[in-house]
Design a protein around this ligand. Sequence first.
Ligand code: ATP
Ligand code: MG
Length: 562
Amino acid sequence: MREEQAESGGSFIEQIIREDLVSGKVSKVMTRFPPEPNGYLHIGHAKSICLNFGLAEQFGGECNLRFDDTNPSKEETEYVESIMEDVAWLGFRWANLCFASDYFDQFHEWALELIRAGKAYVDHQTAEEIRKTRGTLTEPGVGSPYRDRPVEENLELFRKMKEGHFGEGECVLRARIDMAHPNLNMRDPVMYRILHQSHYRTGNKWCIYPMYDFAHGYEDAIEGITHSICTLEFEDHRPLYDWFLDNVSVPSRPRQYEFARLNLTYTVMSKRKLLELVSKQFVSGWDDPRMPTISGLRRRGYTPSSIRSFCKKIGVSRANSLVDVELLHHCIRDELNASAPRAMAVLKPLKLVIENYPEGPGEEIEVVVNPESETPSFRKVPFSRELYIERDDFMEDPPKKYFRLSPGSEVRLKHAYIVKCKGFEKDPDGSVVEVRCEYDPRSRGGEAPDGRRIRGTLHWVSAPHAVKAEVRLYDHLFTLRDMDDMEEGTDYKDHLNPRSLEVITGCMVEPYLAKAAPMDRFQFLRRGYFVADPDHTGERPLFNRTVPLKDSWAKEMSKDPR
Ligand code: ATP
Ligand code: MG
């Protein structure tokens, strides 16, 4: 798909824009990102953000951030603020901050214009009746008994609707288009409904609220949007988008284009579901690091550039598809491999004592901060007679090809010395509590003086210097690869992964890590990439694993015979 795009000079939308600029149909590209403030943004929104802001940037145009806030029942200021924060964090600057609710008066004017032209009417049928008389793909709809009432009566009734004379559901304003239209969206769609609810911005000024299809094109026209980009499910609404724009005097004439929405494996991507996960406390909040939200990914350790790089890699097309979440993991791993300082943290500690190493303060060992960096820098790590290693790096009775520590075996302690296991202690329950070793003092730096081969390398932390930390490991939030494959009769919540979060409280980390600032990122040797949580402090170190080291996506790709 990407190759196709490269050959033909970009995505289909880029080609459309290029043609519009060449033909002079458009002189300056205006796009917009139009979220409804009824939840936090997710990675699917990031695709739309990168697309809209990216196109404006690429073609020397501008992009607005517009809140599509026409439904008072679910919208809140908290969401407005989080959306602004997330868009800015992703690295984009909007030309104008807009609110559809600022256009309510203008929408009302245009509704009057349609009524006066005989193109809209007040209907007293119930929602159920309207649905039933709409017809089907094979049968035309049936006109409402109120469809042909005179203009004056419509104007009067619409005024009464606006002034609060009717209760919710008592009547609606409908466009008068064509009840036999082959496209069901064109069969007299509802323009306004009554909602006696307070809006987070307009308060109680209005009790009639416009429907998306009626309002959206007008929002675009008011802002001078040239290319109004939305997801594929709105393709069938495009004739309606055009009809509303063509039947009143709008200041500009936008065009709608559709692209495929992003779906990711092992997750859901609808705000309604994400909201339910938050409100029913299946997760700790919108920014729970398991959530596909921008704020969740941020807390997980994702960088804005890794998300932008992901959006670029998936490309823009008109074919719906499911993207492997491993590609997202790959993008952050790739970036952190180049940028994250290396450090040592023992997640499940086991004491290791070097019996022939001097008692006392120990020594400092110089380590490279990041071996991938072009200009490597160094820092010092304390080493002493007593260390911690990972519990699973020792086995009393190892299988073949276990190259870690076991009675009599030799391993390298990363950056430090080669040690040989001389024995171990068990507690009364029979679990190993301490491993005894001897070190080879000539192996400082980790190489054997006689060149003997050492196969295993372990990370470690000096016990007297170690700082206790909490670490959180994550797995997919859901167990189903494609959440659209849910069996009938099951709920998406039935597929929550009970092991999506593992909290490890007794980790031992280098003192260097306790000094980290919240949101600092590291590679913990052999354990993956981690970020210091926003709640991290020197006294209570707290790290979230962004991704493990193993890149299963890159592995899959390398299997590809091409
Ligand atoms: P959801 O279905 O998650 O509630 P929505 O489409 O209702 O999303 P909006 O706030 O209306 O959410 O979306 C703002 C913009 O983001 C729209 O232009 C929409 O098309 C786009 N968008 C939403 N979800 C995705 C997705 N998964 N992939 C790409 N774009 C998306
Ligand atoms: Mg929506």
